[in-house]
Write a protein that binds this ligand. Structure first.
Ligand code: DNO
Length: 408
């Protein structure tokens, strides 16, 4: 598996020189500075690629080539947005960059209520508290319909939290949730968030699926012609939020997407942490079921709680059996190699990490500290090395047995 690292570009407080010391050899990045919907110019792509290569890396995955909200809402004449998107794809392909991660989450990307929840042995992690999210929906945004989205005990806990919270607590909650607002450096307050939500009124699961299908129909044939691999990132958390439907949350959703436009260009980013946050998802089983469509993996773990809350665990701790998951990915790589598939290798990145030691001082993107991710990468690397050795030993034993059999 190709060890990769998400780098946010020249403004990232972790330099490529720092990343080199983690041992990763692939870079996952994007032209974050370009507003959604605009074309990524070829020369800007070439310059970023040259920077990445000069530091000794390959640019292995684009994460993300973002989809404009108007496409998600199917709002108005989309021909220019689709044309721009295809032009960005062509420009990337011309620079030899072909794996594209994207998501189809309406309005908000990943959502957490706490960006620095304490971890028992020190350090902090990202956390999603169901009561706090319910408090934000019900009492800060006044979305009464959210009463149907949470169990009664969560609503009671939400009320208690809200009554005892200070203005700072509420502002902190809003800020944490807004940290997942993609696309830009601006953040919404409660009023702007409410206004943005009204644009999605009337868009239910079926209509969002129809909009997504249209996107796939507009984009995947072009991707196929360009030899590109699109891989959708699952919803995080994998459940409806703020009344917005989420349609990339479980095995059934993934099957629908891959079937909507059946093509080698239509694939999956296996994000263990996103999928793992919903108790219905057996992540290694999902990896095995859709193995041939996995083009990229985000490896991290979460620990779930009975009320729907979860927090990010160390990479080998938490509810997902990471060793089993990596075994599934290695088996898929071996299968591809056996068929002579030149794209056999699956790039992965240690996704998120606890903020550890002096990470906090670096003030990096939430979830993307240097030391915490480096710890995760080191642990994952150990698992991959151990399982690969086992795979090799098993193959040698089979070959040995066959030789003995022919000698007998
Ligand atoms: C969060 C990330 C996501 C991911 C996008 C892909 O840490 O995994 O924001 O980049 O959803 O489009």
């Amino acid at each position: 598996m190709r060890e990769s690292w998400r780098w946010y570009g020249p403004l990232d407080r972790i330099s490529l020189g720092d990343v080199a010391q983690t041992g990763a050899s692939g870079i996952v990045t994007a032209l974050h500075e370009i507003p959604y919907g605009e074309v990524w110019p070829r020369d800007t792509i070439a310059k970023r690629k040259a920077d990445v290569m000069a530091a000794g890396f390959d640019w292995v995955v684009v994460e993300s080539l973002p989809i404009h909200e108007r496409i998600k809402r199917n709002d108005g004449d989309l021909s220019e947005l689709f044309a721009n998107y295809r032009q960005s794809m062509a420009n990337l392909a011309a620079e030899g960059i072909s794996t594209i991660c994207y998501n189809f989450m309406p309005l908000l990307d990943w959502t957490r209520t706490d960006l620095a929840a304490p971890v028992s042995r020190g350090g902090t992690c990202l956390r999603f508290s169901a009561p706090k999210m319910a408090a934000l929906e019900l009492f800060m945004l006044g979305r009464g319909a959210a009463r149907d989205d949470y169990p009664a005990d969560v609503i009671t806990a939400a009320e208690l939290w809200f009554q005892s919270s200070s203005d700072d607590d509420r502002a902190g909650l809003m800020q944490s949730v807004m940290a997942g607002l993609p696309g830009a450096y601006e953040r919404y307050d409660a009023d702007r968030l409410k206004a943005a939500l009204t644009l999605y009124e009337g868009i239910d699961r079926a209509s969002l699926r129809a909009h997504y299908k249209r996107f796939l129909q507009e984009i995947i044939p072009a991707a196929e012609d360009l030899g590109m691999r699109f891989c959708v990132h699952p919803d995080d958390p994998p459940r409806d939020i703020l009344g917005l439907p989420r349609i990339v949350s479980n095995a059934e959703d993934i099957a629908w997407i891959l079937d909507a436009v059946d093509s080698p260009a239509n694939g999956l980013t296996l994000c263990a942490g996103s999928l793992g946050a919903n108790p219905v998802n057996d992540v290694p089983a999902i990896a095995r079921r859709f193995a041939s469509k996995i083009r990229f993996a985000h490896l991290r773990n979460v620990r779930k709680e009975a009320d729907g809350s979860f927090e990010e665990a160390a990479h080998l701790a938490g509810d997902t059996d990471m060793v089993d998951l990596i075994a599934a990915l290695l088996a898929e790589q071996a299968r591809r190699q056996a068929t002579g598939d030149p794209e056999w290798e699956i790039p992965f990145r240690p996704d998120h990490g606890h903020e550890l030691l002096d990470d906090a001082a670096r003030n990096t993107h939430p979830g993307y500290p240097l030391i915490g991710r480096m710890r995760g990468l080191a642990e994952l690397r150990g698992v991959i090395a151990g399982l690969s050795y086992g795979q090799k030993a098993a193959t040698e034993a089979t070959v040995g047995d066959e030789k003995l059999a022919t000698m007998a």
